[in-house]
Design a binder for this molecule. Sequence first.
Ligand SMILES: [Zn+2]
Length: 250
Amino acid sequence: MFYADLKHFKAKTGYEINGIWYPRVTSIVSIKAKPALYKFYADQGNFSMAESIKSKSADEGTLIHETIEAILTEKPVAVPHPIQPAINAFLEFKKKNEIVPMKIEERVVSKNHWYAGTVDVIGKLNGQLGILDIKTSYSIYRDYGLQTAAYVEAVKENNIFPTTRWVLRIDQAKECTKCGAKMREKGGNIKVRGGTVSCQHSFGETVGEIELKELDNFESDIKAFLACRNLWEWEHDFWIKKIKNGSSPI
Ligand SMILES: [Zn+2]
């Protein structure tokens, strides 16, 4: 990534909160190599095509996020048609589980470790206090442990003590009625996974999918996140020095 100047670097990689600039959790964890992402780029065969799919797919993810957050805050919301199946899956989940949000889209700061981030939900799920991260990915990746551990650590500094972390994965796909293969269409990228290769697929309606995973091993995840943070600082040494030595408040 090329940064034109300090202002550009700060805007792309962090937040300014009460006059102090902090690196963003998502920027910090992006320092870690992501083999699955490289495979995705290789599969697209074309960098700009892959970028376009990624950004459209991120837009859909944002729409799902915003809609769910509106539902949780009990705001009236018109569900956009293309994401209706995913939202239905969430509403079904909400009926079966008691979600009591305390904070939604909450900006959290770790002054001890110098980073900030935005937590989707801090609240109680079936009576247990935790943080909930909503993902619209194909599966629940191990890397999510780093991000969510960082949020927990920051939340604790603000005297809220979550006892656990969850990832709630929400997605939608069409299923083959013959072999069970699943077809996802995200950002114009059509991908068929599972099922039988020789099958002449017959795909049905788009159906929502929802999966809740509680993450354990907090100690190991926070250690790994803080290692990422140190590496992030090393990688961006050029800009960090400017920030730390600058006459303007950091
Ligand atoms: Zn099939």
